[in-house]
Ligand binder design. Sequence first.
Ligand SMILES: Cc1cc2nc3c(=O)[nH]c(=O)nc-3n(C[C@H](O)[C@H](O)[C@H](O)COP(=O)(O)O)c2cc1C
Ligand code: SF4
Ligand code: SF4
Length: 270
Amino acid sequence: MNIAIIYFSATGITETIANHIAAILEREGNSVKLTNIITPDSRGSQFDFSEFDSYIFGFPVFGGRPPTVAEEWMKTLDGRKKKCSMFFTYGARDLEWAHQITYYLLTQANFQVVLSAEFIGKHSLNVAKGWSLAKDRPNQFDFDIAIEFGLQSIKRFQKGSEFSIDLSEFTYKPKKTRKARGSWANLYPSRGKDDCSMCYLCEKECPVKAFDAISGETNKKLCIQCMHCVTICPDNVIYIGEVSQLFKKFSDRWGLTKDVVEQKRSKIIF
Ligand SMILES: Cc1cc2nc3c(=O)[nH]c(=O)nc-3n(C[C@H](O)[C@H](O)[C@H](O)COP(=O)(O)O)c2cc1C
Ligand code: SF4
Ligand code: SF4
């Protein structure tokens, strides 16, 4: 089979899982094309969904659902009734409605969703000093689930396979734009006063065109706090502030002790 894996990945966690899935699909004799849709250009190019036999979509969970830009992108697709599976990575808090919303959007986009999975990954805010959540994930156990997910996806993509997910009772509610409040409102990256080699990657790769390479500042009205610019800067000069107090508040509120996080498991569902 000819399979496309299309994913959004800001700090590399969803990409790592996508790579493990691709490896097992290829080992089983399939050809695979991987595409990260993080840049505006990659989402702007028209996808021709007749090109591949089946699709796998992967998204990180931002505030209990896929990133807003990924949701908007899904609304533009025509899946031509092709089969697809979907997976999510999340930073050990919760996925809330991510499966249901994505199922809804892909079904509306004319895909047949046959399988879903969720993977624990290092929380994106680990790029900040004072944040420590699921730092050593995904681990080998998570990768084993990714392999199993790849194998089950292939089975369900076969002609004649009757598997499909039904989440049709879920009612989709469009996202209300919420401004980051309280301490979250400080979590915008900037280069500060540091010099850099002016490679412009931060500006070119920002998913919402929020980063200005010349000033080194973020447009707070646009930034979705994905931490991609912090992760990719080759000079390591993009930062966000110190967040230990926020981390304590966050982990207490959600009961995210070390034990609780260690017990969290990646899994295939539906
Ligand atoms: C803005 C933002 C919101 C997030 N919201 C959640 C969340 O609601 N639940 C959760 O468990 N993790 C959350 N995370 C953590 C990411 O889902 C997780 O680290 C993911 O694996 C990152 O994938 P990526 O590196 O491919 O972008 C959030 C991260 C960011 C940047
Ligand atoms: S990615 Fe880093 S080095 Fe490149 S322009 Fe931006 S701040 Fe400078
Ligand atoms: S400026 Fe904001 S939205 Fe753009 S890459 Fe950086 S964190 Fe992500």
